[in-house]
Design a protein around this ligand. Structure first.
Ligand SMILES: *Cc1c(COP(=O)(O)O)cnc(C)c1O
Length: 350
C-alpha cells in the first residue's frame, strides 16, 4: 500500500505561455484592446468595503444583464469563472451516463482533460482532411456531444443546419456548443435553446470582450438544464464568481457599442493579416475567429518559425500534435503588432 494509489492522477491541460516580460503576444487569442471604459468606471466606483462579504451566490445582476442582452430568460442563463469553469461544470452535470461522450480529435484540448479528471468515458471523432466535422460520426448512441463552433484551433465554423442535425440525432444526450469565438464569425445556436431541450450554448467574455483576466463565462440552455447545472455548482462551490468579476462582467455586456467597435477592428486586422500571410505562401481556411490557423509553405517548418519568432519576442501557438504539427495558430493583435509580426516573418523566410 502507498498513498499513491489513493490519489487522483491527471495529465493537466497546458495553457499557452503567459510571458511576464513585454512581448508581442499572439498565442492565447486574447483581445488586443483594453476592456470597455465602462468596466474600468464600474470598478473604480466600487465600494471595496464590500470585499468583506461573500459575493451574491446567484450572481443575479450579472445573470440578468446577460439574459437581457441576449433576449433570453434569467432562468435560461448560467455564469461561471470563465467558460472553462462553465464547461467543466457542464461536463460534470451533463455527462454522467455510461456511454462515451463524443468530440472531434482536433478541438479545444481541454475537453479530454475534463473527461479524464471526471472519469467520463469519451471517444474522439476525426475531422476530415479539410478539418471539417462529419455529422454522421455523431449519430451513434453516446453520453453527450461537445462541438466548438467555430472550432479551435482550426478557425472553421460549421453551419446552423449542421448543429441542428447533430441536435436532432442526439435527443437522448446533451449537446454542448462552445461558442468562444462566435462573435468573430459563424451563426450562433443560441436561438435554438427554446426548440431543443438537449442544447447548451457556452460563451465567454475572454475573447471578444477583452476580459480574459477577469474570468467571466456563461451559458444558455432550457430552464431544466440550467437548474441541474446550478444544483451541481452549489454542490461544489456556491461562490464561484468573485465580486469584481460580477461587476466587470455586467459593465462589459452592457457596453454594446464598444464591443462592436473592438470586434470590428479585430476582423479588419484579420483580413489584412490573411492577405499578407497568403502573399507569403501560407495556406489556411478563411478564419471565422480572432486567430488564423496557417501552414507555412515548404521548406519552412512551423516549429522552426515558431522558435525563431520567440527569439524575436513574438509568441504564437504551436501544437506538437499529430495532424496539426505543421501549423501555427496566430492570434490577431493590433495593426502595429501584426505589421511587426509580418515583417519578422519576411526576415525569417528570406
Ligand atoms: C478560450 C476558449 C475557452 C475558454 O475561455 P475562458 O477564458 O475560460 O472563458 C473555451 N473554449 C474555447 C474553444 C476557447 O478557445
Amino acid at each position: 500500500m502507498s498513498i499513491e494509489e489513493n490519489i487522483r492522477k491527471v495529465t493537466p491541460y497546458t495553457p499557452g505561455e503567459q510571458p511576464q516580460k513585454k512581448v508581442i503576444k499572439l498565442n492565447t487569442n486574447e483581445c488586443p484592446y483594453p476592456p470597455s471604459p465602462e468596466v474600468v468606471r464600474a470598478l473604480s466606483e466600487t465600494d471595496w468595503d464590500r470585499l468583506r462579504l461573500y459575493p451574491d451566490p446567484a450572481c443575479e445582476q450579472l445573470v440578468s444583464a446577460i439574459a437581457k442582452h441576449y433576449g433570453v430568460g434569467s432562468a435560461q442563463t448560467f455564469v461561471g469563472v470563465g467558460s472553462d469553469d462553465v464547461l467543466s461544470m457542464c461536463f460534470l452535470t451533463f455527462f454522467a451516463g455510461n456511454k462515451p461522450v463524443f468530440f472531434p480529435d482536433i478541438t479545444y484540448s481541454f475537453y479530454d482533460v475534463w473527461a479524464d479528471v471526471y472519469r467520463i468515458p469519451y471517444e474522439t471523432k476525426p475531422l476530415n482532411g479539410d478539418f471539417r466535422i462529419n455529422a454522421e460520426d455523431y449519430y451513434e448512441a453516446n453520453g453527450g456531444v461537445v462541438i466548438a463552433n467555430p472550432n479551435a484551433p482550426t478557425g472553421i465554423a460549421e453551419s446552423l443546419g449542421f448543429i441542428k442535425d447533430i441536435l436532432e440525432h442526439n435527443t437522448d444526450s446533451v449537446v454542448i456548443v462552445d461558442e468562444a469565438y462566435i462573435d468573430f464569425g459563424g451563426d450562433s445556436a443560441l436561438r435554438l435553446i427554446d426548440q431543443y431541450e438537449n442544447l447548451v450554448v457556452v460563451r465567454t467574455m475572454s475573447k471578444s470582450r477583452a476580459l480574459a483576466g477577469m474570468r467571466v463565462g456563461y451559458c444558455f440552455a432550457s430552464e431544466q438544464l440550467i437548474k441541474y447545472l446550478n444544483d451541481v455548482k452549489y454542490s461544489v462551490n456556491s461562490y464561484t464568481m468573485n465580486m469584481p468579476g460580477l461587476i466587470a462582467g455586467k459593465a462589459a455586456i452592457e457596453d454594446t457599442d464598444y464591443f462592436h467597435d473592438i470586434v470590428g477592428r479585430v476582423k479588419k486586422t484579420r483580413e489584412w493579416t490573411s492577405g499578407e500571410l497568403k502573399a507569403l505562401g501560407f495556406t489556411f481556411n478563411e478564419s471565422q475567429t480572432n486567430f488564423i490557423f496557417a501552414k507555412p509553405p515548404a521548406p519552412y517548418a512551423a516549429s522552426e518559425i515558431f522558435d525563431k519568432l520567440i527569439q524575436n519576442g513574438i509568441y504564437v501557438r504551436y501544437f506538437k500534435k499529430p495532424r496539426i504539427d505543421g501549423y501555427l495558430r496566430i492570434s490577431i493583435g493590433t495593426d502595429d503588432e501584426m505589421q511587426t509580426f509580418i515583417n519578422k516573418l519576411k526576415e525569417i523566410m528570406l
